[in-house]
Structures are given as C-alpha cells and as structure tokens.
Design a binder for this molecule. Structure first.
Ligand SMILES: [Mg+2]
Length: 116
C-alpha cells in the first residue's frame, strides 16, 4: 500500500511517516505542498494531507485529485480551529480527518481505524 503525505511542516511529516512505519507501512512519498503532492499521486493508494500549505492548499489539492479520482481515500489533517471547515472538506471529497495537535499514539490508533 502506497501512501502520500503532504504537509509543509517537516516535523509533522516525520510524525505521520513514523506513525505509518509503526503500523508497518513503509511505501511513502512525501510532499511539501499541494502542488508537489498533485505531481506525486501516481500509484498512491492512500492520501494524508495538511490543509494549510503554501503554493497549493490541501482543499485545492483534494478538489484537483477528485476531478479524476473519486475513490482513493483522502484524510485531511486540520487544526482544532478549522474543525468547522471539515464539512467543506467532506463535501469536496475528503474521506476522513485528523485534528491537530495529536500524539503519535493517537495518530496510530486513528490511522489504523481508517486504513482497515
Ligand atoms: Mg501546514
């Protein structure tokens, strides 16, 4: 299973990648923003994306993906403050969401549930 992790924070990407590794997933491609993520969707089975990123934000990225791909699961990682925007995200094709801040254990549990 190939994962795409898009976040402008390298620390956040590391947390997500470590959590995926802990769940046994090592086929992971990272992107610093939505634009880079959009160039790296080939062969990806699961997408985890931040909302706030430079160049192309997460919502714009999701919309672009959904224009041609309706079924790859997309999890949006959002801040507590932006929780209300989740409805907007879901309307635009986001499968599930994770609220920041989170610990690696919380993320692992949540990912495990979503991936199943
Ligand atoms: Mg960000």
């Amino acid at each position: 299973m190939k994962f795409l992790v898009a976040d402008d924070s390298s620390t956040m990407r590391r947390i997500i990648v470590n959590s995926l590794n802990a769940l046994g997933h090592t086929d992971i491609v990272e992107a610093e923003d939505g634009a880079e993520a959009l160039k790296n969707t080939t062969g990806v089975d699961f997408i985890l994306t931040d909302w706030n990123m430079p160049n192309m934000d997460g919502l714009t990225f999701v919309k672009a993906v959904r224009e041609k791909d309706k079924k790859t699961p997309i999890v949006m990682i959002t801040t507590e403050a932006a929780k209300d925007d989740v409805i907007t995200a879901i309307k635009n094709g986001v499968t599930n969401y994770i609220v920041k801040p989170f610990t690696m254990d919380t993320l692992k549990a949540k990912l495990e549930k979503i991936i199943k």
